[in-house]
Design a protein around this ligand. Structure first.
Ligand SMILES: Cc1cc2nc3c(=O)[nH]c(=O)nc-3n(C[C@H](O)[C@H](O)[C@H](O)COP(=O)(O)O)c2cc1C
Length: 220
């Protein structure tokens, strides 16, 4: 049974966990003002409350709010995009899509690749010295010990009126990021998340209905 909750669009903070979950969406536009470090610390603290295998908490969150480093990351991302013809073609095709939400998503994706310097801060969550449920950082199972923290981070940001964008675009510039951020060999970036006061509305997301994704007691 669908829960009746306030699903109005807007940029206001909320303390209602259901509203936060149901309206947290990819925000690719931010207000041109810095995010106080106290708020960035709050979302990292929320992330650190997540469960992990054997409670090993194999994570370090590198938060970048230094303008020179943000610009450097943005330039790397733009450089990647300019060299990546298949991605550029995919985005150009999607921008002409009949589906409005697809059009907006791909327009936003282009903005992400080409104008990332507009992000007031970027968070790079790193899997660090992972041991449980597997010591293999490249394994899907290793992700289970950090992506819940990432979701906590994004939901708490939404609660504070901060817009985030989950991306795995770090992978495209990982060698440069490693050097720029002095990441040790046993730290593995798992996401690149711009964050700032939302410059676009939170709101109901377009997702499959529960009837499509729920199976009782067996697959069929
Ligand atoms: C694993 C993953 C990788 C993603 N990578 C990108 C990306 O590279 N660029 C981008 O603009 N959005 C990226 N996104 C954001 C998705 O496009 C977005 O979450 C999805 O379209 C749902 O958007 P909505 O919450 O606004 O409905 C990524 C999301 C996930 C979970």
């Amino acid at each position: 049974m669908a829960r009746q909750i306030n699903l109005e669009t807007g940029r206001e903070p909320t303390d209602d966990v259901w509203e936060a979950i149901y309206t947290q969406r990819a925000i690719r536009y931010w207000e041109e003002k810095p995010v106080p470090r106290a708020l960035l610390e709050q979302v990292i603290e929320a992330a650190s409350k997540a469960p992990s295998g054997s409670n090993t908490q194999p994570w370090i969150f590198v938060v970048i709010d230094d303008r020179a480093k943000l610009d450097e990351i943005a330039a790397l991302m733009r450089g990647f995009f300019e060299a990546a013809e298949p991605i550029r073609n995919l985005i150009s095709a999607g921008e002409k899509s009949e589906d409005k939400s697809e059009r907006l998503m791909l327009k936003g994706a282009k903005q992400f690749f080409t104008k990332l310097e507009r992000a007031p801060a970027i968070i790079i969550p790193c899997l660090y010295q992972v041991a449980s449920p597997t010591p293999d950082p490249a394994s899907l199972l290793a992700g289970s010990s950090i992506y819940m923290a990432v979701q906590n981070l994004m939901l708490s940001a939404r609660a504070l009126g901060l817009g985030t964008l989950m991306t795995t675009a770090h992978a495209m510039i990982e060698p440069n990021l490693r050097e720029m951020l002095s990441l040790p060999d046993d730290a593995h970036p798992v996401a690149l998340i711009p964050i700032g006061f939302a410059g676009a509305n939170f709101g109901p997301t377009k997702r499959k209905g529960v009837d499509e994704v729920l199976r009782w007691n067996s697959w069929s």
